[in-house]
Each structure stands twice: as C-alpha cells, then as structure tokens.
Design a protein around this ligand. Structure first.
Ligand code: GDP
Length: 349
C-alpha cells in the first residue's frame, strides 16, 4: 500500500478523508484540528524547506510508526510540481481537498511576483487539474474542492464587499488570487466539479505569521511589556481591515463543502478597524501607549495599497448558517495574552 506507515487504508466507505495544502500554516493547523475532531483522516501536503516549519501542527502530530493512532499524515509535495499533486490525489483519494497553500504575504508578493503567481495562481490550476484528471481516471463523484480566496481580490473597490462586488486587485498576490478564483469557477462550470471559493477577509490568531500587521503588533506588545524591545516599526496606520478569528473561519470552509451545491461565499465579521485602532486596543490592554513606541518606516509602505476592507457576509450567514464567534476586542486580547506569555518565556532563555 501507499500510506507512509505501510498499512492499507480503510475502505473509502468507512472514512472521510481530507487533503490539505498549506497544512503547516495558520489556517491549515486550525482546519486540521477541526476535521480531526469531526472524525476525518487528514493528509497534509508539505513543502520541503531546510528548516522545519511544522511548529503549528507539532502538538497534533503522532509518529507514523504508531500508525494505528495517527490520523494526520504528512507528505512532501509542492504546488509547483504537478506530478506530485496528481500522485498524492490518486494515492490518498480524498473526499475533500482544501487548497490553503500560498505565498500569502502581500508586501512580499511585490518582491517575488513571478514566484507568487506560480504558487498562488498556477499552483491552484495544477491542483484543480490534478483533481479533474483523478476524477476522469477513477470516475469518482464524491470529491469536493475548496479554494482559499481573499478579500485582497476586492482591493480598490469600496466596501461593503460581497460575492457580487467586482474585483480590483492591488498586488501581485491579489491578482494571483483572482486568477485562482476564476480557475475554480471555470472548473466548476466546465467539468461540473464541486468547487467552492471562500472569499475570506483577514483572519488572525496567536498562530498568525509574525510579519502580518496584527501579529507583528501583538508580538511587539508582549516584548515591550517584558522589556525585550522598545520600538515597533510600521508602515501605513490608516489602512482599515475586517479582522476575524482564524478558528471561526475554518468552520466556514468546511460548511461550504457540506452544501448541496458548490458556490462562492464571503466570510467576514462585517466590522472594520484601522491599524491605528488595533494599536490603541492592543497596547492599551497592557497599559501601554502605542505612541511611545511606534515609529513609521517607509519601507513598510506598499507600491499600491488596499485602503478599506469590510465584508458583507449575509450570504454565508443565510445559506451556511455561519457566524463569527470571536469579536475584535476578544481577538486582540487573545493574541496579546499569548504573546505576553511568549515574551516571558523568551526572557528566561
Ligand atoms: P493584508 O491585508 O493581507 O495585506 O495583511 P497585513 O497584515 O500584511 O497588512 C494589513 C494592513 O496593515 C495593510 O494595509 C498594510 O499596509 C498595513 N501595515 C502597516 N504597517 C505594516 C507592517 O509593518 N507590516 C504589515 N504586514 N502591514 C502593515
């Protein structure tokens, strides 16, 4: 057999199997926890990197040598390697495919636009094509695809943004996400694939990458509070975002794939705050004044900026019955609390 531990998989009728690209990321880790809880077997495709990057899923990893217990399994693949995608699809035969992998940083996408397009746009196409050819070869009808879309696709179009709002992307990342969105729509229309686009507004958590503005701020709050740093360098403080909690958003992904028909959904809190407001609340929460610490550094300004994102998630609420559980204040507190603890641990090292 073909599983990493050498044992034959259970017959497909007895298990629900999910395949996740980007499993080592913020959303991949929350989605894996959520699906394991629901009884799924979860297979994650991970990219080779010289440094281990599995910190976010180490707590749920079980060594495959204890195979009877391991319901999350990891395999090497890459969105830039079509044959690896097709091979794992054929081997794993998942019921649900979640495409969460990306070069996901907007500012970095201006530095490496070609790579960003290859992974985010063409990578999604490669995965869709792998799913399509796997279906053509096997005749399976029980496979569903989720595409991680982004509110960045709306870019310069003013809020509130819904499923019917025109896209006006403002970065190589956002343009690539638009391409992935339309590839997904096309595979649905052309081949009848059960494929959904989740247009997720910014979603954060203590697991957010440290160069995204929310986590960059809460990391600094923790370290400043513990006396480990004094300055925080930031770019545009007037940008406004609809920030939700990643743990809530992965549920919406799963819900989309449980519907009768595939469709596209905006997922958002419907509340928007500026970066400056995020600073007020996060520094204020530990009794600090952000103005004593923040320094504007022009290198964090972007060649073209997205000023204002605020979602209209009424379709997800109505059709999926989804709503966010964690609000803005609660999200900021959750992140600051964890980052104060992290800074305390850093201090004793
Ligand atoms: P994005 O919405 O996907 O680009 O998420 P980010 O968290 O990277 O950025 C959110 C907003 O914060 C953008 O409008 C940025 O221009 C703004 N911002 C201001 N200073 C910074 C910074 O130092 N780092 C990042 N990542 N964003 C910043």
């Amino acid at each position: 057999s073909l599983t990493s531990n050498g044992s034959a998989p259970d017959p497909p009728e007895h298990r629900k199997v999910a395949l996740i690209t980007g499993i080592t990321g913020q959303d991949g880790s929350y989605l894996t926890e959520f699906l394991l809880e629901k009884g799924y077997d979860v297979y994650g495709l991970i990219r080779r990197s010289s440094n281990f990057n599995t910190q976010r899923i180490n707590h749920i990893y079980i060594d495959p040598h204890n195979a009877h217990k391991a319901r999350m399994k990891l395999h090497y693949a890459d969105l830039s390697d079509a044959s690896s995608l097709r091979r794992w699809l054929d081997t794993i035969a998942p019921n649900e495919v979640y495409n969460l992998a990306a070069q996901s940083h907007v500012a970095v996408s201006f530095e490496i636009p070609d790579y960003t397009a290859d992974v985010v746009a063409t990578g999604s196409l490669r995965l869709l094509e792998a799913v399509r050819s796997h279906i053509a070869a096997t005749g399976r009808t029980d496979i569903k695809y989720y595409q991680a879309g982004s509110s960045e696709m709306f870019g310069a179009t003013p809020p509130p943004q819904s499923e019917t709002t025109p896209f006006h992307p403002r970065s190589p990342y956002a343009v690539s996400k638009c391409a992935a969105h339309w590839y997904t729509v096309n595979y649905r229309e052309a081949y009848g694939l059960f494929a959904c686009n989740g247009i997720l507004f910014n979603h954060e958590s203590p697991r957010r990458g440290e160069s995204f503005v929310t986590r960059k701020i809460t990391r600094a709050v923790g370290r400043i509070k513990e006396g480990l740093q004094s300055k925080l360098f930031l770019g545009n403080l007037q940008a406004s975002r609809d920030w939700g909690f990643a743990g809530d958003y992965v549920e919406a992904m799963w819900m989309m794939l449980q519907q009768e028909k595939p469709d596209d959904y905006v997922v958002a809190t419907e509340e928007s705050h500026t970066v400056e407001e995020f600073l007020e609340v996060s520094f204020g929460y530990v009794g600090l004044n952000w103005r004593d610490h923040v320094v504007i550094d022009k290198r964090y300004l972007r060649p073209s900026e997205v000023d204002n994102l605020k979602g209209d998630a009424s379709k997800a609420k109505k059709v999926l019955g989804w709503k966010p559980k964690v609000g803005f204040q609660q999200l900021v507190k959750m992140m600051v609390d964890e980052d104060v603890e992290l800074a305390k641990r850093e201090k004793v090292l």
